[in-house]
Design a protein around this ligand. Structure first.
Ligand code: FMN
Length: 449
């Protein structure tokens, strides 16, 4: 039988006013969107109208910007904690996946396993966990630590953390809870599995006090692109949120990570790679360009320098904006994304202003701007050249940018057969085309029956 044509997976990278750093000053955005439930609901419903696979919510355990970096001019400093938000959004949507970020560096596996298993249950199997090790130095200071763990240590902890969480999600077989009123037996003993994990970083007895969800386990998403990051992803991730602004780099990353799957007994389709993509789409190229120019004109230099300082991990706020990047000490904390920015600045001899303008909308992710056909061409090229399995979409503004994407770009992708016209499945796994994971106890409990 002929295989159905391969279609893209598309996430919406949630950011209340939009991803452009000056978006909150744009006339049609809502400056209070980060604390306004109605705006998030509107965003989720629009994304679902466009049949997108998932809402993807990044997060940090700190105000993200440090004081003195033009902090009081930035919109992304305080927002509603994404887990709480996605739980609410689950009641306002039916199909779209709900993925948010939780750090393996500051939390405990039991709490994370419990929280995501619950999100998965309340949403009918639409939950996902974006596993991050955290690249922001200021977070450690909120967790009684003087400094962040070195990156190698963070990844060692992350590996064990994810193993424990996944094992806890197998605590109960899907049919464990018989709830038989007549016999008075609520669940079957042999379908409950305590973990008794004793590792280097964690000791966890289990079982988890949340039943198994309709999709077996929440989907594991991962963001992090160093050697350790790629290895962790190959072992455990089902979706990678990647950052790349060139097709050749994206292809290399795609082949590299997919090539590592076999050694963990996994196949090519067990992992979807979705690079971030900033889209400015309008009926004409000129209108798209005008929108972009209007936003760029709203960037205050302090905000631009703040963005660079945060992303590079070095205070550039007092450097002249029309000079090039100064010599920098090596940075062990931030990782692959700061390297990418520094490389670009050096290669193209950009001034700090040019550098922050370059990153203002997409922060190093790939960008497309133009008509629906231009945008669809660009997306199709990366998708067909095996640079990705789809994209995590960054809209420069909300709600306009998302409306434009859903009203203009999505129909063009659908017309080309590159994207679904309706949701076929109920769970996030079904929507993404991922397998339901077998419980590690399945054979044992079946044999015991
Ligand atoms: C595309 C992308 C998205 C990320 N999103 C987050 C995030 O939402 N919150 C966070 O704390 N860290 C985030 N990170 C940081 C990673 O968890 C990791 O700490 C950092 O990338 C350093 O690891 P690496 O060198 O392996 O990339 C992200 C990284 C990438 C590449």
């Amino acid at each position: 039988m002929a295989q159905p044509p391969r279609q893209m997976n598309l996430g919406l990278f949630v950011r209340p006013c939009g991803h452009h750093i000056a978006s909150w000053r744009y006339p049609t955005t809502h400056a209070d969107a980060g604390s306004n439930l109605e705006r998030y609901i509107e965003m989720a419903k629009t994304a679902e109208r466009g049949c997108l696979d998932m809402l993807f919510s990044a997060d940090t355990n700190s105000a993200w910007t440090a004081e003195g970096e033009g902090m009081n001019r930035q919109h992304y400093v305080a927002w509603i904690e994404p887990f709480t938000m996605l739980s609410v959004l689950s009641a306002h949507t039916k199909n779209i996946g709900l993925v948010c970020t939780a750090s393996t560096s500051f939390d405990q596996p039991f709490s994370i396993a419990r929280r995501f298993a619950s999100l998965d249950l309340v949403s009918g199997g639409r939950g996902g966990w974006n596993v991050v090790t955290s690249g922001n130095e200021t977070e450690a200071l909120n967790f009684s630590q003087l400094a962040h763990l070195p990156k190698v240590e963070r990844y060692k902890r992350a590996k064990e953390f994810v193993q424990v969480v996944k094992a806890l999600w197998d605590s109960w077989d899907a049919d464990a809870f018989t709830r038989d009123r007549e016999s008075g037996v609520f669940f079957e003993w042999n379908k409950m599995h305590a973990l008794d994990h004793k590792g280097t970083h964690f000791q966890v007895r289990g079982p988890l006090n949340v039943p198994r969800s309709p999709q077996g386990q929440p989907v594991i998403v991962q963001a992090g692109a160093s050697e350790d990051g790629k290895e962790l992803a190959a072992e455990t991730a089902e979706v990678i949120f990647a950052a790349s602004n060139q097709l050749a780099n994206s292809q290399a990353f795609y082949n590299d990570v997919k090539g590592r799957l076999a050694k963990y007994g996994r196949s090519h389709d067990d992992l979807k790679i979705l690079p971030g993509l900033s889209v400015t789409v309008a009926p004409t190229r000129q209108e798209a360009q005008d929108k972009h120019d209007e936003l760029q004109a709203l960037i205050h230099p302090q905000v631009g320098l703040g963005l660079l300082s945060r992303r590079i991990g070095f205070d550039l706020t007092n450097h002249p904006v029309d000079e090039q990047l100064p010599e920098l000490p090596p940075n062990a904390t931030i990782g692959t994304r700061s390297d990418m920015m520094i490389d670009l600045a050096r290669r193209e001899k950009l001034t700090l202003r040019q550098l922050y303008e370059h990153f203002a909308a997409a922060r190093g992710h790939h960008s497309l701007m133009g008509t629906p056909a231009d945008v669809a061409d660009g997306m199709q090229e990366w998708f067909e050249a095996k640079g990705c399995d789809g994209f995590n979409i960054l809209c420069p503004t909300f709600p306009d940018g998302l409306n434009d994407f859903v009203n203009l770009a999505v129909p063009e992708l659908q017309r080309r057969g590159l994207f679904r016209k309706k949701y076929e499945g109920k769970t996030l796994r079904e929507t993404l085309g991922l397998k339901v994971p077998r419980s590690r106890y399945e054979t044992r409990s079946q044999a015991a029956e």
